[in-house]
Design a protein around this ligand. Structure first.
Ligand code: SF4
Length: 209
């Protein structure tokens, strides 16, 4: 990576981590995907039950594979025939792995969801939530973060799931009320009441979307 980009990312991450700390959440900076994986695994005690929501970024740093192969109880929602039972098992997990659709420079996270299983587990349930966040997700403020979530993350997810939404044809948000919309719930995480619950690993790379 260009050393000037690297330096800028490190400086910006320090600002985001300061914001997270002021909001009772813990930030970490990883100079590479490998370092991010190492940091994440240190936060997951062996034997923990672990699940995830979306979390492309966790896949991209190799965390999901490492958990599946390691000494953990991975709750695989796709393996459950009963989707409600899968959802309840996820809420009861020790650790929830997540990505963020966007994060502000002062540490506020924005996440959009269709079924709301992901945003609801971020808000409540799992004992610990670990976010893997590429520096491409950092936005200047909450308005910018919501715009990013709706104009970048959501249209790409609509493509990914083959949904019949306006954004899957135009590439940007048309503020739809389509039955397929994935923008049913917008979660703004601006503070955590529970010290030690939310951990955010900022990665010096482009991850997820
Ligand atoms: S509101 Fe509709 S058009 Fe906008 S991003 Fe969400 S699904 Fe796409």
């Amino acid at each position: 990576m260009n050393p000037n980009i690297e330096k800028r990312n490190q400086l910006l991450a320090e600002k985001v981590m300061k914001g997270l700390k002021s909001r009772n959440m813990t930030g970490y900076y990883a100079a590479s995907k490998e370092e991010a994986l190492e940091t994440a695994l240190k936060l997951i005690p062996e034997g923990s039950s672990v699940t995830m929501g979306g979390a492309m970024s966790a896949h991209e740093i190799g965390l999901v594979d490492a958990v599946k192969k390691g000494n953990y109880h991975f709750i695989d929602r796709d393996a459950y025939a009963d989707k409600r039972a899968a959802m309840l098992a996820a809420y009861d997990a020790d650790v929830f792995l997540a990505g963020a659709n966007a994060i502000t420079e002062d540490g506020v996270m924005v996440n959009i969801d269709g079924n709301a299983n992901r945003v609801s587990a971020i808000a409540q349930g799992p004992k610990k939530v670990i976010f893997i966040v590429g520096m491409n997700k950092v936005c200047d403020d909450v308005d910018g973060a919501i715009k990013r979530a709706r104009n970048v993350a959501a249209p790409i997810n609509a493509q990914r799931f083959g949904l019949a939404t306006p954004c899957s044809k135009t590439g940007s948000c048309m503020n739809c009320k389509s039955p397929d919309t994935i923008c049913c719930q917008i979660l703004i995480t601006r503070f955590s009441r529970h010290a030690g619950r939310i951990h955010v690993i900022l990665v010096n790379d482009t991850l997820g979307f």
